[in-house]
Each structure stands twice: as structure tokens, then as C-alpha cells.
Design a protein around this ligand. Structure first.
Ligand SMILES: NC(=O)c1ccc[n+]([C@@H]2O[C@H](COP(=O)([O-])OP(=O)(O)OC[C@H]3O[C@@H](n4cnc5c(N)ncnc54)[C@H](OP(=O)(O)O)[C@@H]3O)[C@@H](O)[C@H]2O)c1
Length: 299
């Protein structure tokens, strides 16, 4: 049973956690701060980020905390965040692509992509690409991308990325959590092919009580709780991300999740379902993302 007690000292390490003001991202950032890391809380709302930072600092960890404003629904904001980070830091040990939306109302990103696709996939793709050279220059660096057990019902519909066929919140969520897992695996393939050293790993937190359900009705949340036999608290849902970020047992191209059916428990290596291992779809998705974001990963 792996817990935060096993996190090795993180002194001298630079970490970015996106969506660190809430839920699983908050707990991920807090645990790494308490282990001694310099953690950048990458959040879209400065006020919420400051509140989260103040709450974490009350725990008087040995690490340090910074705030960076990052709105994944706006690729200009992603570029600005990355440029600022690159100006101010000479190493990046861990990037945790945690931020995400669940089932928001229909909407579009600033650049005109379906909102969930933009926030949950294009934004993290662009962010990782813009920080890639710094990651590659930092020995032992890792990119942890947070997916969901919902990926198994995902289908990448290349003809609906701008909501051409209309919006279905559950369908888009499954698609984009699948996209996150495919991104992780394709990034790992590319890293290996190029002889680079960045380690790309996926995590999924299981079923947790967080604000991810903020757009669901009480009845929907109750039905989910019943289906999963209750929710875990976010500190426990953060363990797979933390394991992927720091454990020497976590290896590239894999997915870590709670050991009880991927829904509850402690971090374990998942059996990745075939839908996420389709290399043709993954490469097509990568090309779409490069074109959509204008971010081309260094060869
Ligand atoms: N909770 C679960 O049971 C569960 C299950 C499977 C997967 N996940 C995944 O776990 C990750 C964390 O979710 P959570 O459960 O902790 O939910 P949460 O409490 O709602 O936290 C989501 C975080 O993402 C941020 N975010 C949303 N839109 C953003 C944007 N456009 N730009 C930057 N940040 C944005 C939120 O910021 P604001 O507070 O400003 O909105 C918040 O900090 C997500 O990727 C989610 O898909 C969660």
C-alpha cells in the first residue's frame, strides 16, 4: 500500500501542478510541497490560487510555492504561462497535467475548439510541448497526465472536435480522457524513438469527492456514488498522480490507478485497454493537436 509517507525528499526539485487550487491537484501539490519541492500552482483563477497557496503554507512544508496563471481554454494563456516559466526557471523535474473539466455546459475555447477537448487535451498538449526542452534538459524529468477510468468508453471522433455534430457532455469527457492517455503513450513512443529522456506516465484517480461534479445534479452525483460504492477523499485520489510523479517503480508509458477496479484503493499499475493503444489514432490525434495548437515538439 503506497502512501505519501513513501515520497522521497523533493528538495531542489521544480514541479508544476495544473489545477492545483482544487481536489486532486490541490492534494498533489500539497504533498510535493510537504516533501520539499518548489511547486508552481498553475491555476486559471489568481484569487483561488492565492487562497490555495495560503492554505498549503499553513502546513509549513519545507518546500516553496509559486503561482502561475494558466487558462487551458486559451492557447495564448498557455503560451504566456510557459514563456514566463522558462524565463524564471532553469529546470523542471515534474509537470503534472492535472487540471480538467468534467461535464460543463456546451462551450468553445478561445480558439474555437469544443471546450472539453480544448481544456482536457489541447491545453495540456500545448503546455507540455512548450516546456519540453526544459524537461528534456532536466535529468530524470517526468510528465504525469491525469486521465480517468472513463477513457474506456471514449472514442476519438475527429469530425466533432469543434462540436460539428453537437455536444454530449459524457461522450466528450470519455473522448478527452482517452485523448490524455493516448497522448501519454504517444509521447513516450516519441521520446524513445528520439533517444530523449523525459518520462511520460499517466495516472487516473478513481472515484473521488471533488468539484469535478460541479455541473452534475444531486441525483447524478448520488447515482455515481451508488455505482462506485461511495467516493474516496481527494488525498487518496491524488496518490496515483504522486506515485507516477516520484516513485522509482513507476515506469514510462504506463497508467497508474487505484488497485480496486481502478475506482478505489492505492496506486497500482493498470492494464491499459486496447482502445488507448491504437497507434494509428494516436498519431492522427498528435498531428491534429500540433496543427490546432501550433506547438510542434522538438525532434
Ligand atoms: N474526481 C474524480 O473522481 C475524477 C475521476 C477521474 C478523473 N479525474 C480527473 O482528475 C483531474 C482533477 O480533477 P478534480 O477531480 O480534482 O476536479 P476539480 O476539483 O474540479 O479540479 C479541477 C481543477 O482543474 C482546473 N481547471 C478547470 N478548467 C481549467 C482551465 N480552463 N484552465 C486551467 N485550469 C482549469 C480547476 O480550476 P477552477 O477551480 O478555477 O475551475 C481546478 O483547479 C481532472 O483531470 C479529472 O478529469 C477526476
Amino acid at each position: 500500500m503506497w502512501t505519501t509517507a513513501e515520497i522521497p525528499g523533493q528538495e531542489g526539485k521544480n514541479v508544476i501542478v495544473t489545477g492545483a487550487n482544487s481536489g486532486i491537484g490541490y492534494e498533489t501539490a500539497l504533498a510535493l510541497y510537504l516533501a520539499g519541492a518548489n511547486v508552481t500552482l498553475a491555476c486559471r483563477d489568481q484569487g483561488k490560487a492565492e487562497q490555495a497557496k495560503a492554505n498549503m503554507e499553513q502546513r509549513s512544508g519545507p518546500g516553496s510555492l509559486e503561482i502561475g496563471v494558466l487558462d487551458l481554454a486559451d492557447l495564448d494563456s498557455v503560451r504566456l504561462f510557459a514563456e514566463t516559466y522558462l524565463q524564471q526557471h532553469t529546470q523542471l523535474d515534474v509537470l503534472v497535467n492535472n487540471a480538467g473539466v468534467g461535464t460543463p455546459p456546451a462551450g468553445m475555447t478561445r480558439q474555437g475548439w469544443e471546450y472539453t477537448f480544448g481544456v482536457n487535451f489541447l491545453g495540456p498538449f500545448a503546455l507540455t510541448g512548450r516546456l519540453y526542452l526544459l524537461l528534456e534538459a532536466t535529468p530524470g524529468s517526468r510528465v504525469v497526465t491525469v486521465s480517468s477510468f472513463a477513457y474506456v468508453r471514449g472514442v476519438i471522433d475527429f469530425d466533432n472536435l469543434k462540436s460539428e455534430k453537437g455536444y454530449d457532455a459524457g461522450r466528450e469527457y470519455g473522448q478527452n480522457k482517452l485523448a490524455d492517455l493516448m497522448f501519454t503513450i504517444e509521447l513516450d513512443r516519441r521520446v524513445r524513438a528520439q533517444g530523449h529522456q523525459v518520462v511520460s506516465i499517466a495516472a487516473q484517480p478513481g472515484a473521488n469527492s471533488t468539484e469535478i461534479t460541479r455541473h452534475s445534479t444531486e441525483e447524478q452525483v448520488a447515482a455515481m456514488k451508488e455505482r462506485f460504492g461511495g467516493f474516496m477523499e481527494p488525498w487518496q485520489g491524488a496518490l496515483p498522480s504522486l506515485y507516477a510523479a516520484v516513485s522509482s517503480e513507476a515506469t514510462a508509458g504506463n497508467l497508474y490507478e487505484p488497485h480496486e477496479n481502478g475506482v478505489k484503493g492505492y496506486p497500482a499499475k493498470a492494464d491499459i485497454q486496447a482502445v488507448a493503444l491504437d497507434e494509428t489514432v494516436a498519431k492522427k490525434l498528435w498531428n491534429v493537436a500540433e496543427e490546432a495548437t501550433g506547438v510542434v515538439y522538438p525532434e
